[in-house]
Design a protein around this ligand. Structure first.
Ligand code: KG4
Ligand code: ZN
Length: 334
């Protein structure tokens, strides 16, 4: 008899405490609590993140179970983010997941955070066919991934220094925006002229990226301008810097697509929420006849629905974790 699986996913790799429930392949609850405490520091403070996860995890999991209208004992398994991420925050999620799975006597499933970002493309319909390329862009990662199967992923190119989300956030910080500033650059760029200012791009060999140079170039640019100038030209500056960052990503993506001949292409990660990236990605899809996938906004930024669906696929492969399993701050895809 078909027993539809019900799995709880828990995400705690950075500054979002999140829990979600998947039932029979459908996400039936998705709760995210963002930690606002880091805003005044302009970046995530690891120890404060760990403490906030400890405070938030029980309310967040409780809310996810309530939203799903299920009891704990209806769960078949618990997935948690095993890495990469901040060690303290990862340990809070793993300890909680282990304790609950142990108490309920159900399997524990370790989830790779980047795999989960990629597999977020399978939450809604239509779902991509294998193989496909995934541009995975977040605060910690910038990779072009060849996805052969759910758990067979190969990094074809990646950043050699800062992640693109980090570049967005550092530039936003230089402009005096709050943290994380990526979404604010996106918002303030609305109506701005993306061709108003030229910023130098960094060309890397093969399919790799580099974003530290543009951050430095931007800090020099800002030093040559008065605060009044920055204020009155805010839309044009945001549109221009955003256009350069997005252009660097998409130029490489086009190269990889041409080289591999793959025409199914997805986005993933927090920066995939960027409206300018999505707009130009759509244009490229028409131009090159790509079949494209972009997860819903709530599944782009850190969330537990992506962890739940990854755990759901892993459960079906009997890929369970041992209760002695560790967390991995650095965790290569393979
Ligand atoms: O995937 P994510 O939530 O966390 C990590 O795993 O890093 O990504 C967060 C990143 C941050 O750098 C944030 O500024 C960026 O995604 N971000 C955006 C936008 N929304 C979130 N960057 C540009 N435009 C946006 N609309
Ligand atoms: Zn992430």
């Amino acid at each position: 008899m078909h027993h539809p699986l019900t799995i709880l996913g828990i995400e705690s790799s950075c500054d979002e405490t999140a829990a979600a429930v998947i039932h029979d392949g459908k996400i039936i609850s998705n709760v995210v609590m963002s930690q606002l405490i880091h805003q005044k520091y302009g970046g995530v403070v690891p120890e404060l993140a760990s403490r906030a996860h400890e405070t938030n995890i029980i309310p967040v999991v409780t809310a996810a179970l309530e939203e799903a209208a299920i009891q704990k004992d209806a769960l078949d398994g618990i997935g948690f983010t095993q890495g990469p991420g901040l060690l303290g925050p990862l340990l809070v999620g793993s300890c909680f997941a282990k304790s609950l799975a142990f108490a309920l006597g159900i399997p524990l499933i370790g989830v790779h955070h980047i795999q989960a970002h990629v597999l977020a493309n399978f939450i809604d319909d239509p779902k991509p066919n294998f193989p496909f390329l995934c541009l995975t862009v977040s605060g910690g990662h910038t990779q072009i991934i060849l996805v052969q199967d759910y758990f067979s992923m190969e990094v074809l190119g990646e950043t050699q220094d800062d992640a693109v989300g980090e570049a967005f956030d550092k530039i936003a910080h230089l402009m005096g925006f709050g943290y994380p500033g990526g979404a604010l650059i996106d918002r303030y760029a609305q109506g701005g002229n993306p061709g108003a200012f030229a910023f130098p791009t960094t060309h890397m060999p093969a399919f790799d990226f580099s974003f530290s140079g543009i951050k430095t170039a931007f800090s020099l640019f800002i030093r040559s301008k008065t605060p009044e100038y920055m204020q009155t030209h805010r839309a044009d500056i945001c549109a221009s810097i955003q256009s350069v960052l997005v252009g660097m990503l998409l130029d490489k993506l086009v190269k990889v697509a041409q080289k591999t001949g793959i025409t199914t292409i997805a986005l993933a990660g927090g920066v995939a929420a960027n409206s300018h990236l999505q707009q130009r990605f759509n244009q490229l899809a028409q131009q090159h006849r790509w079949t494209i996938f972009i997860p819903a906004m709530a599944y782009c930024t850190d969330n537990a629905a992506m962890v739940a669906i990854t755990a759901y696929y892993k459960y079906q492969l009997n890929a369970f974790a041992d209760f002695t399993t560790k967390s991995f701050p650095r965790y290569p895809l393979r």
